[in-house]
Design a protein around this ligand. Structure first.
Ligand code: F0G
Length: 327
């Protein structure tokens, strides 16, 4: 049985006896060795498979805390802006809590399966004729009216929950790895990881934040965010841990994405390969212990597979034709 975050890390989270914990069994995700990529890159590489969370992304770690606290504080509804994953997660936890969720998302810029999830969970989805940054502004304005509780990562409870990924990594490796690489969109997750290391004793891991060079137009739609709202706290976390930002082209992210699937058997969504792309582009010292955080599942964005993977071969039910096509 999966132990919910609220139980596993209760002493490090803002839960009280009065908090009605809203959980879908998030956290405790696999930390997988990556033998082929380790050999090729000359490091000891581990992959934190956050796609194993209930809605298929790391967002659930923060959402269990944010929605639980919202319900404790008497919220009647929640709201968020999203490129898709926060939306699915917010909608799922709202359904679990029995309260409505309003989603603001940029029209035409959300991967199909994320939208399917969010619709099935019953959220009210508003497609904005505008960018993610404008959607976030609109969500903040709606929350300011007082009717809806904001569950974007500006909500500190979200970051509290997301920091638990670091606790799991450090617990499992028996100490902090030399470096942790993760995708950098708005920067809430990098900020949360920085917070986690502040709370742990000992040397922190260098945090490496992997961002798209073309923030406004990257193919990696989950991190298509022009203005990272947490830029200042990301900078602070990187300085404190001795880390840095790596800026990536879409081709570099695509290559890492393909590698994760074909070399290690992990099909993630495109943006989730950004950490690995940063590692390949700016490798650390040989032999370093490194974790790449794989933030979301590839099944959330099935159309993208068509960009790199060959289509199936069509055959007749004829043994000779099949043998020929199979080789
Ligand atoms: N990985 C995935 C799969 C994401 O969905 C996101 C952000 C990130 C990484 C970047 O995290 O913003 O904390 O730096 N997704 C948000 C959303 C924007 O709406 O789902 P960040």
């Amino acid at each position: 049985m999966v132990i919910p975050l609220a139980e596993r890390y209760r002493d490090r989270l803002p839960f009280t006896d009065a908090t009605p914990v809203v959980s879908l069994g998030e956290g405790s995700t696999p930390l997988l060795p990556a033998p082929r990529l380790s050999r090729r890159l000359g490091v000891e590489l581990w992959l934190k498979w956050e796609a194993a969370n209930p809605t298929g992304s790391f967002k659930d770690r923060g959402m269990t805390v944010a929605v639980s606290k919202a319900v404790e504080e008497g919220a009647q509804a929640i709201v968020c802006a999203s490129t898709g994953n926060t939306a699915s997660s917010a909608a799922a936890y709202a359904a679990r809590a029995g309260i409505p969720a309003v989603i603001l998302q940029p029209k035409g810029a959300v991967a199909s399966a994320k939208l399917a999830q969010t619709r099935m969970y019953g959220a009210r989805i508003l497609e904005l004729r505008g960018t993610f940054d404008e959607a976030l502004e609109a969500a903040r304005e709606l929350a300011a009216v007082g009717t809806h509780s904001l569950v974007n990562s500006l909500n500190p409870h979200r970051r509290e929950g997301q920091k638990t990924a670091v606790f799991e990594i450090v617990d499992e490796l028996g100490g902090a790895p030399d470096a942790v690489y993760l995708p950098y969109g708005g920067g809430g997750n990098t900020t949360a990881y920085g917070q986690a290391f502040l709370e742990l004793d000992g040397r922190p891991s260098r945090l490496v934040a992997a961002e798209a060079i073309d923030r406004a137009g990257t193919l990696a739609s989950a991190i298509r965010i022009s203005e990272p709202v947490h830029a200042a706290s990301v900078q602070e976390a990187l300085e404190r841990t001795g880390g840095h930002v790596v800026t990536l082209s879409d081709d570099e992210i695509l290559a890492a994405w393909h590698d994760l699937a074909a070399s290690e058997g992990l099909f993630c969504e495109l943006c989730s390969a950004a950490g690995l792309a940063a590692l390949a582009k700016e490798p650390p010292e040989p032999g370093a212990t490194v974790v790449c955080v794989i933030t979301g599942h590839g099944l959330k964005d099935p159309e993208s597979a068509g960009w790199l993977a060959p289509p199936p071969v069509v055959v007749d039910p004829d043994p000779e034709a099949i043998a020929e096509a199979a080789s």
